[in-house]
Design a protein around this ligand. Structure first.
Ligand code: ADP
Ligand code: MG
Length: 299
């Protein structure tokens, strides 16, 4: 079961009252991203991956990005993590540039494939980022043990990654991402390669970690149930070019458990997200001129 968070550590999921601006950890304003531009001029084969992205994420939120394949979810995450730069618009993280935030180690990142180093033990994999930033041996060992305890892998510290199941490997990757106490955890379909049962278990574990660390999570998925189950808000995106079509506040009780998936409200929210995705699909299927007209009508 997930412990309710102690008062004052991050916002509850109440979306009705606007959160104070000071609590904004990530702010995207008018962001667009076009791939394949060279020398500032559009060359052949450009891809408009994202357009008109405005999104403010508050401290302690759990945000899921959902949308069809190729709609720019990974690109959006990479923009926040400063793994790629915007074509226009701004990304502010903790009130500074994404680059500054990356240099300050404000992020932890977890991808679909765990990317562990097979020649290092589980413990040594988690110590790696601490080694890079020059922490002492004693500090690294203690922190790595603490993180492996958090993901319930204390008994596997001396194993090699290839000796672990896919779910366990992903937990090592999460422990490693958390080792530097990141303010923001960026996760790109981290459970996409896992079977359904493992995935549901990992969802619960992730919520416990989120609760204990108070980190802000931005999570990419294409699973509607996963997005609704995990999040405080679900950001629905449409394809070509990727834009935010809907933001669904998830007003389920913060404490989530296997029973959450049986709640009537849970099903309503799943339906709401699904309908949001469908509406986005419709828009993306239209020719650009028709889309402009359709949006003009709906605005
Ligand atoms: P998603 O994660 O939602 O599946 P991506 O963000 O990976 O989508 O990609 C969005 C669009 O941008 C896609 O059309 C993809 O082909 C394109 N794209 C992504 N990265 C690059 C890149 N480095 N160079 C060129 N095009 C890219
Ligand atoms: Mg992706």
């Amino acid at each position: 079961m997930i412990e309710p968070s102690s008062p004052g550590t991050g916002p509850a999921i109440a979306q009705s009252s606007p959160l104070p601006a000071a609590d904004v950890v990530v702010e995207l304003s008018g962001v667009s991203k076009v791939f394949g531009l060279s020398g500032g001029r559009a060359a052949g084969g450009t891809v408009e991956a994202l357009t008109g992205i405005d999104l403010a994420i508050h401290r302690g939120e759990f945000i899921s990005l959902i949308g069809p394949s190729g709609c720019g979810k990974s690109t959006l995450l990479r923009l926040v993590g400063d793994l790629t730069s915007t074509t226009s618009g701004t990304v502010a993280v903790n009130g500074k540039s994404a680059e500054r935030a990356r240099l300050d180690r404000d992020y932890g990142m977890v991808f679909q494939a765990p990317v562990l180093f097979d020649w290092r033990s589980v413990q040594k994999n988690v110590e790696l980022p601490l080694e890079i930033i020059g922490r002492s041996k004693a500090e690294r060992e203690a922190k790595a043990r603490e993180m492996l305890d958090l993901v319930e892998l204390s008994d596997f510290t001396d194993h090699q990654p290839w000796q672990l199941s896919g779910g366990m490997q992903q937990r090592v990757a999460i422990a490693r991402a958390l080792a530097v106490d990141p303010a923001i955890l960026l996760m790109d379909e981290p459970f996409g390669a896992l079977d359904e049962m493992t995935r549901e278990r990992m969802n619960l574990e992730l919520l416990q970690i989120w609760d204990r660390t108070g980190t802000t999570v931005i999570f990419v998925t294409h699973s509607i149930p996963e997005a609704v189950f995990l999040s405080t808000r679900v950001v629905v995106m449409s394809a070509r070019p990727g834009r935010i079509t809907k933001v669904v506040p998830i007003d389920l009780p913060r404490e989530r458990s296997v029973d959450t998936r049986e709640l009537e409200r849970y099903f309503e929210l799943v339906t709401e997200v699904r309908e949001g995705l469908r509406a986005g699909e419709g828009g993306a299927g239209l020719a650009p001129a028709a889309r402009v007209r359709a949006e003009g009508l709906s605005a």
